[in-house]
Design a protein around this ligand. Sequence first.
Ligand code: CTP
Length: 401
Amino acid sequence: MSLLSGKKILLGVSGGIAAYKSPLIVRLFKSHGAEVRVVMTPSAKDFVTPLTLSTLSDYPVYSTFTEQLYENPIWNDHVAIGKWADLFLIAPATSNTLSSMVHSKCNNLLIATYLSCTCPVYIAPAMDLDMYAHPANQKNIKELDRVGNKVLPVGEGFLASGLNGKGRMLEPEEIIDYIIKNIKAGLPLKGKKVLITAGPTYEPIDPVRYIGNYSSGKMGFALAEEALQLGADVILISGPCALEASADIKRYSVISADEMYTLTMEHFSTVDIAIAAAAVADFKPRLVGKQKIKKEGGIQSIELDNTQDILAQMGKLKQKQFLVGFALETEDEKNNAIKKIKSKNLDAIVLNSLNDSGAGFSLDSNKVTYIQKNETIIPFELKSKSLVAKDIFSQILIQNA
Ligand code: CTP
């Protein structure tokens, strides 16, 4: 999943020749899973049509404070447009637009929206080389940067004037890369490594049969995606399940508890946070049939051995790592979960109760209680597993603050 996925992005287009590249910016944002709306200055319409941008963005494009709908003039509410956005990119930003932004000269809808919005603002300047180098523009760029905007560099090369030099707007791909890198650099888990175990394990009886459980892996995968969104390098060690993980997640697929144990131990010493969300089988058959066991003759019983407790072993080896376990309980839930914090040397545990309706293995929702090592108990409502993952990481970040 891209870091831009689900983000509400407002693109502001001002009137320079580079505006012809703005449809591509819209497409690229959308291909990253973002929702895009466009606001443009009246003069930008000389370079690219609102119809092109509204078709690509799936939203009406605004360029004036009011417009006529049948008999009725309507107001294009710059405040609502600005507040809608999670991120505002102004590309291209002309000399005139930069100057209006600095001096809050609210002479068009784009500037009014800029002055009203409270989200991060990225600015991609575009102008001819001498204009870009002019002290007046350099001063404006510095000032926009000083007040918290993120001003992108410009490209160098062939310019619409026929001159060659510095001033071109960055290419759409470069703009999107810049924004993603910039978002990543500010994320709370940037530079941290997170290990997550997920899904069930299957313990073989013979080549065609196994002991398993109903875990779908959804909770562990949601945690891995959330860790990625927070900027971490993510290692996901998952038992058999049909889920896909984002390409940026380092995913290892295993079958049995023994395999999950070996891989987890290989990586544990390198990580900063480990979360054991896997429903690891507690028992495995002592003897595994080399051939399929025939029903003729039957089997009366299967002798079982305990599997290795992966989480408990991480607890033993733990040094700098922040270690979180899960507890699936059916009775005396909180006390049992707190016992596991102590017995497995955890920093926190996420308690799932099978008594809560809507919570459980293969569902998309979950209801959890986060319990810190000091026994502070934080209950959460029933919600989707991806929102539960956000709650869990927000608690981890609070505990690590
Ligand atoms: N766990 C593990 N390895 C195992 C068993 C469990 O890593 N062999 C981890 C799970 O991923 C979970 C936590 O231990 O984070 C607790 O699992 P749970 O099944 O609730 O508890 P158990 O330790 O198995 O104890 P019990 O079955 O007695 O409740």
